[in-house]
Ligand binder design. Structure first.
Ligand code: NIG
Ligand code: FE
Length: 413
């Protein structure tokens, strides 16, 4: 669709040439190139032009006057589990009352609880549940989202989840990438863990690939879940079907997941609450994006990933929500920016780079998203009248976003 946005106080994340297609690393993360008093022209859903208001073109396009407001690219949320059947606030209350993770799991909580509920839901029901979350996150400024399976844990239920995720990509304005996470937890009925791992590798993966249901393969590499050796085997098996790795690494412990991610050339390693010097060193020079999920650290009251150490070591970092019913029941990217700034000491500019350019790399949409660049998607956020762009993460929990445009169409206002 066609749209002209005029009188933009500041058009943020403007990138030209090669700069638009590379992740942003180290010191460069502090730089957010922008243009003051600008216009933005979107034609047939794609950014055709932008520049100073003194050069605004004369076109008969629908026009939005952004007087006093900021415009930035829509967020890219590169790690979610937003297809699920039910919330888990009963565990939340148990946790408040002091029950441990193990006690909650023994009461039937955790990932296996979500799996039980998801197995009972039909594909249509799951889609309708997920649709509510989709509209919610669009209002928060997200236009691209990665969605994982991992609450099915049987062949048919994993396929069902991925079909729902794919359908979201087809029937809603969101650009979706899907990830097969059959190796999320071992169901109770398997007394021999290898039996389940065999099922993941020899039955689930071939079906997922045959139906073209996933772009990536993920493993929860963690004590009590999957070992680094198992993680490597599953990721390598997925790669045989053309699925790149994206690993849940170092959430609760130094799990070895980061090193496996680098060794297998995985696209990203995500969580990283537990990082030592060796883990940071392992990432240097790799093509693997360290992805931080501060919503999960907040909800579980764990340590936050050492974002400053990573940036100071010259690494890029990405931000995502981890939207899921167990450890991060929140899909609000602006809140992740606030947590990044407040809890991980990232500057607003670093946080915006992490939630646009770098998260776009982490789900391979950097060719089309992540920056205001001619030829990229005309998907932008228009803020309310706010005093500065720094206000966005500063006013945590506030709704500073007024309008969301995806592919030139106003989808939320
Ligand atoms: O990313 N870490 C593993 N999986 C999810 C949440 C699991 C759950 O449902 O409790 C996560 O935090
Ligand atoms: Fe996750």
């Amino acid at each position: 669709m066609n749209l002209l946005i005029t009188n933009i106080k500041e058009l943020a994340q403007v990138r030209r040439g090669e700069d638009a297609f590379h992740w942003v690393t180290g010191n460069d993360m502090a730089l957010l190139p922008s243009l003051s008093n600008a216009y933005l022209l979107i034609e047939k859903g794609v950014i055709r032009d932008f520049g100073p208001m003194t050069q605004v073109p004369e076109v008969r396009f629908e026009t939005l006057d952004a007087n006093g407001k900021y415009v930035l690219p829509t967020f890219v949320d590169s790690h979610t589990h937003l297809v699920f059947a039910a919330s888990r606030e009963e565990e939340f209350v148990d946790k408040i009352k002091g029950l441990s993770y193990a006690e909650i799991a023994a009461k039937g909580g955790g990932i296996l609880n979500s799996a039980k509920k998801l197995q009972k839901a039909t594909e249509e029901e799951l889609y309708q549940f997920a649709l509510k979350r989709v509209h919610e996150i669009i209002g928060f400024g997200t236009a691209c989202v990665e969605i994982k399976s991992g609450y099915g844990l049987t062949v048919e239920d994993e396929l069902k989840m991925l079909r729902v995720a794919k359908r979201i990509g087809k029937e809603t304005p969101l650009t979706v990438k899907t990830t097969f996470l059959g190796a999320h937890a071992i169901p109770k009925e398997y007394s021999d863990r290898n039996e389940y791992i065999d099922l993941v590798m020899n039955q689930m993966l071939p079906r997922v690939a045959e139906e073209g249901l996933a772009d990536y393969v993920d493993v929860f590499c963690e004590k009590g879940f999957f070992t680094p050796e198992e993680t490597e085997r599953i990721i390598r098996e997925g790669q045989k079907y053309g699925l790149k790795g994206k690993i849940h690494a170092n959430q609760l412990n130094i799990s070895g997941g980061v090193q496996i991610g680098v060794k297998t050339d995985s696209l990203s390693v995500d969580h990283l609450e537990s990082m030592g010097r060796e883990e940071i060193d392992a990432l240097i020079g790799s093509q693997t994006m360290p992805t931080l999920l501060p919503g999960a650290a907040f909800f579980l009251q764990s340590a936050y990933p050492p974002a400053r150490d990573m940036i100071e070591a010259g690494l890029p970092v990405a931000l995502a929500t981890d939207y899921n019913p167990g450890s991060a029941p929140c899909g609000k990217m602006p809140l992740m920016l606030s947590l990044a700034c407040i809890q991980m000491k990232m500057t607003p500019q670093e946080a915006i780079n992490a939630a646009t350019m770098n998260s776009a790399y982490a789900m391979e949409v950097l060719q089309t998203h992540g920056s205001i660049t001619k030829g990229k998607a005309g998907s932008v956020i228009i803020t309310k009248e706010i005093p500065s762009l720094d206000y966005l993460p500063y006013a945590f929990g506030s709704d500073s976003i007024e309008t969301v445009v995806i592919d030139g169409v106003v989808v939320s206002h």
